[in-house]
Design a protein around this ligand. Structure first.
Ligand code: SF4
Length: 258
């Protein structure tokens, strides 16, 4: 197993499968993985927090981002997107909303054509400050790996036992379409239990949820890197394309990455 942590607050730019040339922002400690989920496939590994770990302050994030953007601008570099990702769930940061405001201001100053993306697991979208901040970014990318509770609890391992598909769908609907829904498809074994979110039952429930949520886009993908649970397998490109066809039939834009 070789999962990895991002060792900086601002990292990259990297070439993203889904987003183009992307500069990343990590609002979690560089030596910990902290998330409200504990996904079996997380490329940062399972949650852990050493005794000494430091959450970057709003000012640290702002200063690091300003320095990086000004350096990239001076070097005539290209930038498609600034992406909140990193070693856990970005919306957990207590200053998330203010940091989004700072990032919008810095983007406007240095790279006005670049987009701002947030990759979030959707667990904190009930918080008004998080909801409002996500509504301000260009790409509000929210996770829904399944619309079936047992699969969500096995695959994503939410920290709250009351987290449910029903709760998730109701809260995603509140964005009135201003979201990109992302789903990772896979198969495998977890703790002796079979998992497969590509079955007919799974896809039926997931498509019903999509019809209710009406996102502006759906991003579907599969494993690309090592995972902490080592008994997981990628969905095939054929499977992803078949699922994408069903989303297109709902007249919703869909992208597929292997
Ligand atoms: S939501 Fe994202 S960061 Fe959190 S455990 Fe899952 S994959 Fe990792």
């Amino acid at each position: 197993m070789s999962t990895f942590l991002f060792d900086k607050i601002v990292f990259g730019p990297v070439q993203s499968r889904r987003l183009g040339t992307s500069l990343g922002i990590n609002l979690l400690p560089v030596n910990a993985k902290i998330c409200t989920f504990n996904c079996q496939y997380c490329e940062c590994g399972f949650n852990f927090k050493p005794q000494e770990s430091h959450i970057p302050s709003r000012n640290e994030v702002k200063n690091e981002l300003r320095n990086m953007l000004s350096e990239m601008k001076a070097d005539n570099k290209k930038l498609d997107v600034i992406t909140f990702a990193g070693n856990g769930e970005p919306t957990m940061h207590t200053d998330f909303a203010s940091i989004v405001d700072d990032t919008i201001a810095l983007r406007n100053e240095f790279f006005p054509d670049a987009k701002i993306s947030v990759l979030s697991n959707s667990t904190l979208i009930h918080k008004p400050t998080v909801f409002d901040a996500l509504n301000k970014v260009d790409n509000n990318i929210l996770k829904m790996d399944s619309a079936i509770d047992t699969t969500i609890h096995l695959l994503n391992q939410p920290g709250s036992s009351s987290f449910s598909a029903k709760w998730l769908i109701e809260h995603l609907k509140r964005f009135n379409g201003n979201l990109i829904l992302q789903t990772l498809f896979l198969q495998g074994e977890i703790d002796g239990k079979h998992i497969d979110n590509t079955t007919a039952e799974e896809i039926k429930a997931w498509l019903n949820a999509i019809q209710e949520i009406r996102p502006k886009q759906v991003m579907i993908y599969t494993l690309a890197r090592d995972t902490p649970a080592q008994t997981l397998k990628k969905a095939t490109y054929k499977q992803l394309n078949e699922i994408a066809g069903k989303v297109k039939a709902l007249h919703i834009e869909v992208s597929v990455s292997e």
